[in-house]
Design a protein around this ligand. Structure first.
Ligand code: SAJ
Length: 408
């Protein structure tokens, strides 16, 4: 691109920040906008706002190419909106407030003929229902595009470059202009389709994954009942050329896999039996972990919950995002003894739960049982610190030497 067009990326969170940086690092004129003054101030003063491999180097590259960070929207040719899309926990329907606010702000400052690219994941039909009517009322001609991202937290930069992408647009010319923009950094296939299909495919991708994780979790319960090692069952079954069973765990967290299926359940309640059941299976895992902890305590004559420590607060390995994390789901159960279990996560330096401690030594001190909810590189590399302990390794990743290890 870099044909003088200005790109305003709106929402500098887990998706928007890497996206704005990689666009700028690839010679696009970019302004990153976020309403959070502290966040913008950090970015204006040489600091990135979350942990992600390669993000600091990308930030420095983007700054050297002239990226600017502001709290206001600017007059631009292309807007890329990456704001949160929460859902209402009761109705399971999308809460479009941030999308609507971003769209209204874009209309205020956009050049006539600008392109509004919504990357945020939305439930199918959202852009037709909420965004198009606002654009239609405006005297400016603003083209709408939906380009959902597929990047995996923990591998964001490489996935931004290598993953295929979807461009949903109303016209091929607009689609090609945005395709060209993404091609300045993306080497993956860029598939062009209509907006509604782009909305549905994104939600479907994450729902597919949620169902497959639920299958692995249900298989863990069955194998435990059958006195079988679920990991050996999966290892053997996955040798089939068309079988790829995922990994059981303590639950499904994050702002994507645990959220997007609910968009379909909320919009199609009479049709989403399998999707709903899979959500229920995954949401049952924290309680299943608690039952296993009680069993392990009984078996090892541990009666004091203060002798149980929980490792991991983020929603998955090597990220600092705690949204919907299985550990938080577990603690939200408010079961007996949970308030006495220390919790530690090397990635989480802010206090997010009452009984959080801030060093691995403090977690280990006085504990007989350590429950591993998240297999960060940190505990894989420091497994010997667990020697002599009883370990409930819900991710089946910890070296078992010199430890009494339980798994799912
Ligand atoms: N999990 C399991 N077992 C598995 C895989 C994952 O229990 O075999 C758990 C993880 O521990 C975590 C949760 O599921 O708690 C989700 O983790 P994830 O790595 O599956 O996915 P996310 O949420 O980090 O990223 C997903 C990705 N979607 C797909 O893989 C289809 C990513 O490509 C999307 O861009 C992202 O959602 C998103 O933003 O939508």
């Amino acid at each position: 691109m870099s044909n003088g067009k200005l790109i305003n990326v709106v929402g500098l969170g887990y998706i928007g920040l890497p996206t704005s940086l990689i666009l700028a690092a690839n010679k696009n004129n970019v302004v990153g906008t976020d309403l959070n003054k502290d966040l913008v101030h950090m970015l204006q003063n040489g600091k990135v706002t979350f942990e992600e491999g390669g993000l600091v180097d990308l930030y420095n590259d983007a700054v050297s190419h002239g990226i600017k960070f502001k709290t206001e929207y600017v007059e631009a040719d292309i807007y890329i909106v990456t704001v949160p899309t929460p859902y209402d926990k009761e109705s399971k329907k999308i809460d479009p407030r941030y999308i609507l606010s971003a769209t209204n702000s874009v209309i205020e400052v956009a050049k006539d003929g600008a392109i509004l690219v919504i990357e945020s994941t939305v439930s199918p039909g959202t852009l037709d229902k909420y965004v198009r009517p606002i654009l239609a009322e405006s005297s400016k001609k603003i083209e709408l595009v939906h380009a959902p991202e597929r990047i995996l937290p923990g591998a964001m930069i490489s996935e931004l470059v290598n993953n295929s992408r979807t461009i949903g647009a109303d016209s091929i010319d607009v689609a090609n202009e945005i395709k060209e923009l993404y091609e300045t950094f993306c080497v993956g296939e860029i598939a062009i389709t209509d907006i509604a299909t782009a909305e549905m495919s994104k939600v479907v991708e994450n729902t597919f994954r949620d169902i497959n994780i639920a299958f692995a979790n249900e298989l863990a319960k069955i194998s435990a009942e059958a006195n079988l090692d679920v990991y050996e069952v999966i290892r053997i079954a996955n040798k089939h050329p068309r079988v790829n069973i995922l990994s059981p765990g303590p639950g499904v967290g994050g702002h994507c896999i645990s959220v997007d299926p609910w968009f379909l359940v909320g919009d199609y309640p009479t049709l989403t039996n399998l999707i709903l059941k899979a959500r229920n299976v995954n949401d049952s895992m924290p309680e299943y972990i608690y039952e296993n902890i009680l069993e392990i305590m009984r078996e090892n004559n541990i009666t004091d919950f203060r002798e149980v420590g929980l490792y991991g607060l983020s929603y998955k390995e090597n990220v600092d995002d705690t949204r919907e994390s299985p550990t938080l789901q577990f603690l939200d159960l408010n079961k007996e003894g949970m308030d006495q279990m220390d919790v530690f996560d090397p990635f989480i330096t802010k206090k997010v739960v009452d009984n959080q401690v801030f060093s691995f030594d403090e977690l280990l001190d006085g504990k007989k049982l350590i429950v591993v909810f998240v297999a960060h590189e940190h505990i894989i590399e420091n497994d010997e610190e667990l020697n002599g302990k009883i370990v409930f390794d819900t991710k089946n990743r910890i070296n078992r030497d010199y430890k009494k290890v339980y798994t799912l």
